[in-house]
Design a protein around this ligand. Structure first.
Ligand code: F6R
Length: 264
């Protein structure tokens, strides 16, 4: 794991966008895994800027979102589909046919839809770069505690903490979804490269457990310890509880000098 501690959220967003943009420039038909949530907003803003000002071309990029709430119609503004179009897809040139987001409007046949999602990833040739956020409980995607490290795309019940965290995005009179379809840990670990973004003091505990804690299904981000090419971009606040911060800074310095391509 490459732990990259940035000064603040703005720098984290710029670095994340630089890595994604670089990956697209090196491979025009990049298969890109995407996440939603507040942490990702800076990355999307920056990618839109690079598209507009520097001509970053998404025409051949194929995207796969990690997850979607169950029980919301696609057009509902709180759906992850709506989030993705409002904050990103409406402003760049990914052709709509190359965008994949799990269908959460379903009321049944979840298994079939989840299998089809897995097949779509496989048919595209797998994911080259998967971007992740992290929940306060250490979840990636919506892989809540006790998610198997072997899990695939499936229906998942959300924890009370996640439901509470997401409530801010819903009108007070609307019920917050209690379930989601999410790629599994096994699905995520198959991506060639992983980029996790963690920002703010509220994530400090989860980040420390993910990087320095034991491998455990109770903190599903700890599964990234098993991945051979993961970069964890965290701002100073989110890095606050890491024990080996100085070492990560010097390892980053050395990477910059000796193998800068790892930072692309
Ligand atoms: C959503 C997802 C989640 C979020 C996580 C953090 O697609 O994958 O794992 O990344 O819940 O959300 P924020 O950034 O809103 O704190």
């Amino acid at each position: 794991m490459l732990v990259f501690i940035t000064k603040d959220y703005a720098e984290l967003s710029r670095e994340a966008a630089r890595i994604v943009a670089r990956a697209i420039r090196r491979k025009r038909d990049l298969r890109l895994g995407l996440a939603t949530g507040e942490t990702q907003l800076g990355l999307y803003r920056e990618l839109v800027r690079i598209h507009r000002e520097e001509g970053l071309d998404f025409a051949r990029v194929v995207t796969f979102n990690l997850d979607e709430y169950v029980g919301l119609d696609a057009g509902q503004p709180q759906s992850f589909r709506a989030f993705m179009f409002t904050n990103f897809f409406d402003h760049v040139n990914v052709p709509v046919g190359q965008i994949h987001i799990p269908n959460g409007a379903l009321r049944k046949d979840f298994e079939k839809t989840c299998e089809e999602y897995e097949r779509a990833i496989q048919d595209a040739g797998g994911i080259d770069l998967q971007v992740l956020g992290i929940g306060k409980d250490g979840h990636i995607g919506f892989n809540e505690p006790a998610s198997s490290f072997a899990s695939r795309t499936r229906l998942k019940t959300l924890t009370a903490q996640t439901i509470e965290d997401n409530r801010r995005n819903f009108p007070p009179d609307k019920e917050t979804p209690r379930a989601a379809i999410t790629m599994g840990i096994g699905t995520i670990l198959e991506a060639q490269r992983i980029l996790l973004l963690g920002s703010g003091a509220a994530k400090a505990r989860a980040i420390a457990l993910a990087i320095e804690g034991p491998l455990t299904a109770s903190v599903t981000a700890s599964a990234l310890q098993l991945h051979r090419d993961s970069t964890l971009l965290v701002d100073r606040e989110a890095a606050a509880e890491l024990r080996h911060k100085d070492y990560y800074d010097s390892a980053l310095e050395m990477t910059r000098k000796l193998t800068p391509e790892r930072l692309w």
